[in-house]
Design a protein around this ligand. Structure first.
Ligand code: TYD
Ligand code: MG
Length: 460
């Protein structure tokens, strides 16, 4: 077609090439080029495109005269989501919600419509489901919504035209990969199209103060399909994670211009939609096996919330020249580090064994405060000596085998006590700040030798 050229674009850095390349010459990533078609635009037409930077005032302003913004936040009706957003959906912000297909993105968004449209007009644009499908789902979820409008359309120009008549306060676009612009000749879901659609929504959000929630699919590597630049353009990127075979779902902020990225929201998928789990520790500790070796409870901080999780280790004699190390939910490097410390300082022969580590409930733990618990679980499995069920281990492990203090110890021990743990093993340095909590005995561990005494004798 005239005025259209086929190009190959790197999905990492958007480097454009007339032919396919195995390795991007700009960002050096491999196998990131995808075919795309772009319109050959005259420079004057390109200037007319909506730009985020060009909306609003464009004069230099004196910094001292700027006033701090007073964000207007709207509660979504789901406290778990509000907390991840930083206290509610900010007016005029653009949020990207990503997750695997079937994880529950559309369900979550339709559910929040129920509360949102009590005070605001919401336009739910779906490029994936028909009106009757949406209606059926809304009925199942108990969403009524007088001021909820549904549009099944994938052309961004028509969507924005329709938005003029509805004049919504919130637009939900499900999903950005199904939508396309007339300006872009390539197929929906291509890099240029995803970017163009997102840019149009962002321009609309910023110029009219509309909150926009974009749904983004993830590719097989787990990243958001489409250009990486999408993540830089939006105000917040929320990730909806979880194992589809299990009912738990965790929402995490990967980026948030209006709040912390440490908070998580925990949900459970039920037959009437997503249910909030305000006490995730209880959920994670359900069905704990009693009196078996290789299990240890740890307490990690997720934002401001202490979360008690269970680590399981399985250490078995290896039949491979290089022993296997599998770790689910725990950073690999951390696992290797702990194993090396235990091998060197305690002389335990992990090198002759395969090691499997798992965090129950699909949780991910990346805080060093769980080192001590991981170490205990590993030793327990290797020696086949169980750890008491009511013991929790908190602390970081240093390379010399020393137990190092961690932050927020009081909150962690309190949470453990609330859940019925009666002994907390904490670094010596931390003992003072948590020894007077009722119902739980705090025991100091100076180094890795000290934790050995907590293992019960081997069962016959
Ligand atoms: P959905 O929101 O369509 O996922 P996504 O938009 O992320 O692709 O969720 C689909 C799954 O959720 C589907 O497998 C069925 C399940 N589900 C429930 O278990 N209960 C419910 O009430 C609903 C609406 C969906
Ligand atoms: Mg969906």
């Amino acid at each position: 077609m005239k005025g259209i050229k086929t190009v190959y674009i790197c999905s990492e850095c958007e480097y454009e090439s007339p032919k396919w390349l195995g390795r991007c010459p700009k960002c050096n990533s491999w196998n990131t080029f995808v075919e795309d078609a772009v319109a050959v635009e005259s420079p004057s037409a390109a200037k007319k495109r909506p730009s985020v930077a060009r909306t609003g005032e464009n004069r230099a302003a004196r910094f001292s005269e700027l006033s701090a913004p007073d964000y207007i936040r709207t509660e979504t009706g789901l406290c778990e989501l509000d907390r991840v957003l930083g206290g509610g959906l900010v007016t005029g912000s653009v949020v990207l919600l990503s997750g695997e297909p079937g994880i529950g993105k559309s369900t979550l968004l339709l559910q929040i419509c129920d509360t949102l449209c009590k005070g605001k007009t919401v336009l739910y644009v779906s490029g994936e489901e028909s009106r009757s499908q949406l209606k059926l789902r809304a009925e199942r979820l108990g969403v009524e919504g007088e001021r909820l409008y549904v549009l099944t359309e994938t052309n961004i120009e028509s969507i924005l035209e329709e938005a003029k008549t509805v004049s919504p306060d919130v637009i939900i676009a499900d999903s950005v990969q199904t939508m396309y612009s007339d300006r872009v000749p390539s197929a929906p879901g291509s890099i240029t199209n995803v970017k163009e659609v997102a840019m149009s929504f962002i321009a609309k959000a910023k110029s009219e103060g509309i909150s926009v929630i974009l749904v983004g699919h993830v590719n097989k590597e787990g990243g958001i399909a489409g250009p990486k630049v999408l993540e830089h353009m939006v105000d917040a990127v929320l990730n909806f994670e979880g194992d589809k075979r299990q009912s738990y779902r965790i929402i995490r902020a990967n980026k948030n211009r209006y709040g912390s990225t440490n908070e998580i929201g925990v949900f459970e998928m039920t037959d009437t939609g997503l249910r909030e789990v305000p006490n995730p520790s209880e959920m994670l500790l359900a069905d704990r096996p009693a009196d078996t070796s290789g299990n240890c409870a740890v307490c990690t901080m997720e934002g401001t919330r202490p979360l008690v999780a269970e680590i399981q280790a399985l250490v078995t004699p290896t039949s491979f020249p290089a022993p296997r190390r599998t770790s689910n939910g725990i950073d690999y490097n951390r696992t290797y580090l702990i194993l090396a410390v235990l091998e060197k300082r305690l002389g335990l022969k992990f090198s002759a064994n395969d090691v499997y580590l798992n965090v129950i409930g699909g949780m991910r733990i990346d805080e060093p405060a769980s080192d001590l618990g991981i170490a205990l679980a590993l030793i327990s499995s290797l020696t086949d000596r169980p750890i008491p069920d009511d013991l929790i281990a908190i602390g970081e492990l240093g390379l010399s085998g020393e137990c190092r203090g961690v932050a927020n110890i009081e909150g962690r021990v309190r949470e453990a006590a609330r859940l019925g743990f009666t002994t907390a093993v904490v670094p010596l340095h931390n003992v003072q700040s948590c020894e007077n909590i009722s119902g739980i005995k705090v025991v100091a561990a100076k180094n890795v030798y000290d934790i050995l005494k907590f293992l019960k004798p081997k069962k016959e």
